[in-house]
Write a protein that binds this ligand. Structure first.
Ligand code: ATP
Ligand code: MG
Length: 299
C-alpha cells in the first residue's frame, strides 16, 4: 500500500516541483515503485520529466472532472519504477469546475484509491496556492512534505503553513501527518542560509529532514533536458542530496512499518496557532517521519 505524500507550500518557487521530480526519481532508482502526480496546471513536473505539450494526452483533469479511470491516465515516465499522472493548463478549469461538484475535496482521493496497491510511494506536486487542487491533494495524502527555501522570514512562513495544515486536519483529513520540513536552495557560503537553517531546526526540531538540498545549478538545468538530476549529472551535489533524502524517506517508512499502524492523531484536538501547530507537528513522534497518519508506510 503506497505512502501518499503531498509536496506543498503556498509560497511559490520554493522547490516543490524540483523536490517532487527528484525525490520520485531517487525513490524509483532505489527500486521503490513510485507514482508522481502533477497536480499543478503549470505542469512543471510533466515537462521536467520530458513530456512536452500534447493536447491529445490525458491528464489529471480527465480523472478529477470527467471521472475517467486513473489507470487510463497514468503513463510510464520512461524511468524504471516510475509512473506519471500528467497535467496541463486545462487543470486550471478543474479548480473552478470542482467547486459545484459533490465531494469536491475528495475527488483525487477517490480517483487514486484503485491504484494505491500498485505503488510503494505516491508523490503529489501541488500548486503554490490553497485552492481546490491543493485541498484535493491534502485530502488524498497520508502526509505532507514541506520544502522551505532558506531565506529571511522562513520561520514565519512555516508557522503559517503548519497552522493551515492544522485546520485541514480539523476539516478534510484528520490523519494528515507531517512527512517533514525540507530545507532547499541551501547555500553554505551565506550566513543567512546557515542562520535560517539553525533557527528552523531549533524551532521545529526533528520535524526537519536531516537531508538538506543545496543550491545547485545542475538541479536548475536538468528540467530543460527533460530529466531528473540523477540522469543528468549523477555526481552533482543536487543528485547526491536527493538520493540522501530518498534514503531518509524510505527509512522512515520502514520505521513506521516496524511500529505497525501509526498512533491515532494527537494533534487534531489541540488548538490552532503557531504553538499548537508546531506541537501538533511534533505530536506524532519520531524524527521527520513523525505526525500521525494512519499510513502503514510503503507497501
Ligand atoms: P511553483 O510554486 O511555481 O510551483 P516550486 O515551488 O515548484 O514553484 P521549483 O519550480 O521547484 O519551485 O523551483 C523554482 C526555481 O528554482 C526553478 O527554476 C528551479 O529549477 C530552481 N531550483 C529549485 N531548487 C533548486 C536548487 N536546489 N538549486 C538551484 N535551483 C533550484
Ligand atoms: Mg512547482
Amino acid at each position: 500500500m503506497a505512502r501518499i505524500i503531498a509536496i506543498a507550500n503556498q509560497k511559490g518557487g520554493v522547490g516543490k516541483t524540483t523536490t517532487a521530480v527528484n525525490l520520485a526519481a531517487s525513490l524509483a532508482a532505489s527500486e521503490q515503485k513510485t507514482l508522481i502526480i502533477d497536480c499543478d496546471p503549470q505542469a512543471n513536473t510533466t515537462s521536467s520529466l520530458g513530456f512536452s505539450k500534447d493536447p491529445a494526452r490525458r491528464t489529471l483533469y480527465q480523472a478529477l472532472v470527467l471521472n475517467e479511470p486513473i489507470e487510463r491516465i497514468a503513463i510510464d515516465a520512461k524511468i524504471d519504477c516510475l509512473d506519471l499522472i500528467p497535467s496541463d493548463k486545462n487543470l486550471v478549469g478543474a479548480a473552478v469546475e470542482l467547486v459545484s461538484m459533490e465531494n469536491r475535496e475528495y475527488r483525487l482521493k477517490e480517483a487514486i484509491s484503485s491504484i494505491r496497491e500498485k505503488y510503494s510511494f505516491v508523490l503529489i506536486d501541488c500548486p503554490p496556492s490553497l485552492d481546490l487542487l491543493t485541498l484535493n491533494a491534502l485530502a488524498a495524502s497520508d502526509s505532507v512534505l514541506v520544502p522551505i527555501q532558506c531565506e529571511y522570514l522562513a520561520i514565519e512562513g512555516v508557522s503559517e503553513l503548519l497552522d493551515t495544515l492544522m485546520r485541514i486536519r480539523h476539516t478534510i483529513n484528520p490523519s494528515l501527518a507531517i512527512e517533514g520540513i525540507l530545507l532547499t536552495m541551501y547555500d553554505d557560503r551565506t550566513t543567512l542560509s546557515k542562520q535560517v537553517a539553525a533557527d528552523l531546526r531549533s524551532f521545529f526540531g526533528s520535524q526537519v529532514f536531516e537531508s538538506v538540498i543545496p543550491r545547485n545549478v545542475r538541479l536548475a538545468e536538468a528540467p530543460s533536458h527533460g530529466m531528473p538530476v540523477i540522469f543528468y549529472d549523477i555526481h552533482s551535489k543536487g543528485a547526491e542530496s536527493y538520493m540522501q533524502l530518498a534514503k531518509e524517506v524510505i527509512a522512515n517508512a520502514q520505521k513506521r512499518l516496524g511500529q505497525g499502524i501509526e498512533r491515532p492523531n494527537q494533534g487534531a484536538d489541540q488548538g490552532t496557532g503557531v504553538a499548537a501547530a508546531a506541537s501538533a507537528a511534533g505530536a506524532g513522534g519520531g524524527g521527520s517521519s513523525s505526525g500521525s497518519g494512519p499510513g502503514t508506510g510503503s507497501g
